[in-house]
Design a binder for this molecule. Sequence first.
Ligand SMILES: [Zn+2]
Length: 334
Amino acid sequence: MKKTILGVLITLMVSCNNNETENVTPENTNVEETNITAGKEAFCGSDILRRKHLAEDPAAMQRMLQIEQQTVSFIEQKKMGKILPDGSVEIPVIFNVLYTKASNNVSDARINSQIDVLNKAFASTHADISKIPAEFQSVNAGDTKIKFRLAGINRKSTKTSRWAPDDKMKKASTGGMDSTNPNQYLNIWVVDYMPYQTGYVLGYATFPEDAGLWNDGVVMMDDYVGEGGPDATHNQGRVTVHEVGHYLNLRHIWGDANCGDDLVGDTPQQITKHSSVPTYPRYETCGGVSRSVMFMNYMDYSDETTLFMFTQQQNNRMQASVSASGPRAGLRVL
Ligand SMILES: [Zn+2]
């Protein structure tokens, strides 16, 4: 999927234009609705909300394009040895829990388990690493050098159990909780339930074009925070890993289009998202080429038991976002 730098940028701009067009047609709104209501495809609202946001806010679109240029430049400089690949960063995380009753006031233990899951996912130190197929082991991200530290838990009792994925939970004036300095902290809001159209989303994240804005961060339904939630197919804290991937500038592995481009060269092109537990190997044909696809990548929609790897080039994009010149450089300060 990797193209020349120019090719990537042209593709990106074309795809952005397509997104703008798609978003103004009611037919495509219905397509999104269909996608998000089909069982486990309710996984994530990040891209749906991003498309709407970028279509409505030209300044955000401009920031996104600049970040893509910086990302390409960072990766090129890293290739040329101008940037040390080490550059560990420890991201301080604030949880903002909006609970209606004891059962959705997620415990400190569950929140700590989420931090542990994030650290193991980004360091490739969990037991499922051994399940990565041999053909993909050479592109496994290994230790991304991105770490997470629990910096605080804020809790607020509320009568609101149903929240639209529209950021109202991120402001005290709309019944939610204000963020803690989003330039320097990853804020994760936790709510009871997030209906969307006729379905729901498990979580959603802002991308780096919104770095430091009041609404910057991740929102999760309480069931999907940490280990041990009630949904047997999604109770290992890996939906949050997926959302933090978006926060650090990763796109869905299928590129949010039929045989789309995720701007990552070492993830095989695939037709669309997966669900449940696909059987390995799974071959899919895009552009006339049949490839074994990486449905076990965190940025797919498979069951959490089957999500267990990032790739090296996904790590390059995440490193670019938290680098000293990146849009999320502020996370390095604390
Ligand atoms: Zn997603």
